[in-house]
Design a protein around this ligand. Structure first.
Ligand SMILES: NC(=O)C1=CN([C@@H]2O[C@H](COP(=O)(O)OP(=O)(O)OC[C@H]3O[C@@H](n4cnc5c(N)ncnc54)[C@H](O)[C@@H]3O)[C@@H](O)[C@H]2O)C=CC1
Ligand SMILES: CC(C)CC(=O)C(=O)O
Ligand SMILES: [Mg+2]
Length: 368
């Protein structure tokens, strides 16, 4: 299979973890006889430096013509003082909006080797993983332009959603629940927000079409608490943009680190951008210690959702699991008795496991 992959490394550790993901994809291409062609373009701060804007036309154009997009992360202190409308983060919001990538799937899955050191291990192990379905192109991040009034003493951000925007993501939530353990937790703030009241109405309407799905409503503040105290009560969580952003960083703690979580940003026709949940991590950027697993697992999601390469996706996931079982961990993680490594070595160890399987398979094949 030949695929053209648009690569947007962005800023900070985004660039480091992207190298790792490309290396793993090259190993998979070799093992399974695929051709993955990478086309690199700038977004975020790196694009501001080169083009003066966080989302250049040539980047959008490339994204529209590729088979799938991989994104690292954007932002960093270097661009803290640029005008608000050209901040690096506007590049990311812009590409999501312009490509219509409204459904952000954020699986929160624990790996056994890491959970042994976690007080939450019984709660999240095994079948009890969580899928957060986050609305990605509406709500507070996309309101009318934010403004400061009254000599800068009054600030205005607006939260607006259309019924259609809510319906399509809530449907994604129900469809995801149907493929999993058939439980959907809808998270809102319906005791206060009008947008949340409409959200809840729509969830109730859709529930009638999915009688097999058990539906519960939680207010976001209680949901944040229960995510930590009772993670195993959750199967699929569906929620709007801001709540999903915050809850997914929180949920990452259940897996050991924010650096572990991948995501897929999709639209109905299958076009997808794949990005780790974390940001550009300026505090560790350039030190060679970023955890590449969230980015590598995002590449696995790309193989699964955009290319239909389920076996190859599972192979990456298996290799990550194996590498952690062997005790390798980046400094954001901890495995008792294990070996601390940097980004490059972690990546090399993961690839060794991809290769190890196929070598042992081919040896078995020779004697069967
Ligand atoms: N998708 C994106 O591009 C995102 C961009 N950002 C931007 O990133 C910049 C930094 O934001 P922060 O609030 O610091 O969030 P962050 O997600 O970059 O970092 C939060 C904490 O997690 C750690 N961390 C993140 N990724 C890691 C990895 N792969 N391995 C090990 N540790 C990791 C960091 O070292 C830091 O202590 C800001 O400019 C922000 O706007 C933030 C979140 C998402
Ligand atoms: C620009 C931000 C909304 C990025 C972020 O934190 C995210 O998508 O998780
Ligand atoms: Mg976030």
């Amino acid at each position: 299979m030949k695929k053209e992959i648009i690569v947007l490394p962005g800023d900070g550790v985004g660039r480091e973890v992207m190298e790792a993901a490309k290396t793993v994809l090259r190993a998979i291409a070799d093992e399974y006889d695929h051709q993955f062609v990478f086309h690199e373009h700038e977004i975020g701060g790196a694009a501001i430096d080169q083009y003066g804007v966080p989302l250049p036309e040539e980047t959008i154009d490339a994204c529209m013509h590729g088979d799938a997009i991989l994104l690292g992360a954007v932002g960093g202190p270097k661009w803290d003082h640029v005008a608000p409308d050209i901040r690096p983060e506007k590049g990311l919001l812009g590409i999501r909006k312009q490509l219509g990538l409204y459904a952000n799937l954020r699986p929160v899955k624990g790996f056994k080797a890491l959970l042994q050191a976690s007080p939450l291990k019984e709660e999240i192990l095994g079948e009890s993983d969580i899928l957060i379905v986050r609305e990605l192109t509406g709500g507070l991040y996309f309101g009318r332009p934010s403004e400061r009034r009254d000599s800068g003493n009054t600030v205005v951000d607006t939260l607006s959603y259309t019924r259609e925007e809510m319906e399509r993501i809530i449907e994604t939530g129900f469809e995801s629940a149907m493929k999993r353990r058939k439980k959907l937790t809808s998270v809102d703030k319906a005791n206060v927000l009008e947008s949340s009241r409409m959200w809840r109405e729509i969830v109730e309407e859709k529930a009638a079409q999915y009688p097999e799905v058990e539906v519960e409503h939680l207010l976001v503040d209680a949901a944040a608490m229960k995510l930590i105290t009772e993670p195993s009560r959750f199967d699929v969580i569906v929620t709007e943009n801001l709540f999903g952003d915050i809850l997914s960083d929180e949920a990452s703690v259940l897996t050991g680190s924010l650096g572990m979580l991948p995501s897929a940003s999709l639209r109905r026709d299958g076009v997808g951008m794949y990005e780790p949940v974390h940001g550009s991590a300026p505090d560790i950027a350039g030190k060679g210690v970023a955890n590449p697993i969230g980015m590598i697992l995002s590449a696995a999601m790309m193989l699964r959702y955009s290319f239909g390469l389920e076996e190859e996706a599972r192979e990456i996931e298996r290799a990550v699991d194996e590498c952690l079982e062997q005790g390798y961990f980046t400094p954001d993680l901890f495995i008792p008795g294990g070996t601390p490594v940097g980004t490059a070595e972690m990546t090399a160890r993961i690839i060794e496991n991809v290769t190890a399987k196929s070598i042992s398979d081919s040896i078995c094949g020779m004697y069967s």
